[in-house]
Design a protein around this ligand. Sequence first.
Ligand code: DGY
Length: 328
Amino acid sequence: MKVFISKRIPETGIKMLEEAGLELIFPEKENLSYEDWLHYCQNTDAILSVGGAFNYDKSFFDACPNVKAIALYSVGFDHVDVKEAVKRNIPVGNTPDVLSRATSDVAFLLMQSVARRASYNFQKVKNDDWGAFDPLHALGQELYGKTLGIFGLGRIGFEMAEKSKKAFGMNIIYHNRHQNPEAEKQLEAAYVSFEDLIKNSDVLSVHANFTPEQKELFNNSVFEKMKPNAIFINTARGGFHNQKDLCQALVDRKIWGAGLDVTNPEPMAADDPILELSSVCVLPHIGSATVEARNGMARIAAENIIAFSKNEKMPHCANPEVYSHHSS
Ligand code: DGY
């Protein structure tokens, strides 16, 4: 069975695939054009797909009829038309859990960086602008006892809430498609409506799976209802927020700060005015970028491909409905 691996992943995953006797195809160059990528996909049985540069949509599936399985090297699968994959009996694997700690660490890091204006102050040092002690300049805010609102309390949101509660005694409120009894029990998290979430959060952290219906859900009409001291954190997908509205809300002091590990668009322009603001911290989508998380993702993606090659169910599948059509 031929497996196209769209970018080099940690050796642990490659070794597993080699030991399983699979024929591995790597691209000859980095940063493939859409046409080159399509060419590789047309000549493979399964894809181990790294990064979200190209979409797996109807036109992709029509153009690549040989593709029978996709194992994503990510937990998010917003670049895959899962319904279309189900219609064609194509399992789509993903990599949950192994990156929950690392990604929630980045949300926690951003929350503190923004609260203490770390990026801005770091830039000052780099620009030889240390300045004299000033009792009024660049003051941050403390997080102790404040309210953390989680939008999408799944595994990553849970970890973020738990760290924030332990470190700062934060009160946790959340909004989700479904209530999360474990979080309610362990973290005393309170389920609230979306309106109450945005009105009552001192820090609002986005952790939901992105769907097209939620495109730019966090826009001016939301920011203007938030608290003036609120910090907006997004480590999920840039598509959740309207970045111009976010910038304007910060300039107009409708909210206080923002920490982004995902941007809209992504990558964002280096001259985006939001980068000039003193209570903003932006990272280039590094949520899962630890040795531990990336090794775990490589292992799970390889397990998904190997299971498929043996006609078994992928252990981590974003569209398990496909298996109701299969005998295995
Ligand atoms: C994920 O796993 O979804 C991360 O955002 C990396 O793409």
